[in-house]
Design a protein around this ligand. Structure first.
Ligand code: FE2
Ligand code: FE2
Length: 180
């Protein structure tokens, strides 16, 4: 497996852990239990930043090359780049609702749980499609020269949550994730 695909799969695993932590909080809202709103806010902050800087642009590069090599498959896959834009817009909406909920606006928690769960479902479906269809297709269709030519370095960056040095703003979130 190409190193870059391996890295993208690891990032999916990490993203799933963040989505799981968010899901726990949204379930607590449904049960009318108190929630850790800071976990929600910082989880969404992570979803809103790192993937758009370091994960999705790499996939977009691979996708565009795959479209040259196998246009028919790309038609069947739909536009993954559009999916990335939709995920970005949706997470911003959820993040706004989380801020409203933190302010205690009436009804905001229920709206947050509903839209938040929609975001999680979209994200999981997107990653499943990538792992089941997109990544294997790229591994089959791209040549060694393709992989050499694609330059991912400009999109490299330290993961602020899943790394040896967790950024201060994500300390509580990582503790939450590790506690399961
Ligand atoms: Fe993606
Ligand atoms: Fe992905």
């Amino acid at each position: 497996m190409s190193d870059i695909i391996l890295m993208l799969c690891i990032e999916h695993k990490n993203m799933n852990r963040v989505l799981e932590a968010l899901d726990h909080q949204f379930s607590a809202i449904d049960r009318r239990e108190p929630i850790a709103i800071e976990t929600v806010i910082s989880g969404l902050e992570y979803c809103r930043t790192y993937p758009d800087r370091c994960h999705h642009p790499k996939e977009n590069l691979i996708f565009r090359r795959l479209c040259l090599r196998d246009p028919q498959l790309c038609d069947e896959l739909g536009d993954l780049q559009d999916d990335h834009a939709i995920l970005g817009a949706t997470v911003r909406t959820v993040a706004d609702l989380a801020v409203e909920s933190a302010r205690g606006l009436p009804g905001s928690a229920a709206g947050l749980a509903e839209v938040g769960r929609h975001f999680i479902a979209l994200y999981r479906r997107h990653m499943t499609l990538e792992e089941a269809v997109f990544f294997p297709a790229a591994l089959r269709a791209l040549t060694p020269e393709d992989w050499d030519e694609l330059d991912f370095r400009v999109f490299d960056g330290v993961d602020p949550l899943f790394s040896d040095r967790v950024e201060q703003r994500f300390q509580a979130l990582i503790a939450d994730i590790l506690a399961g």
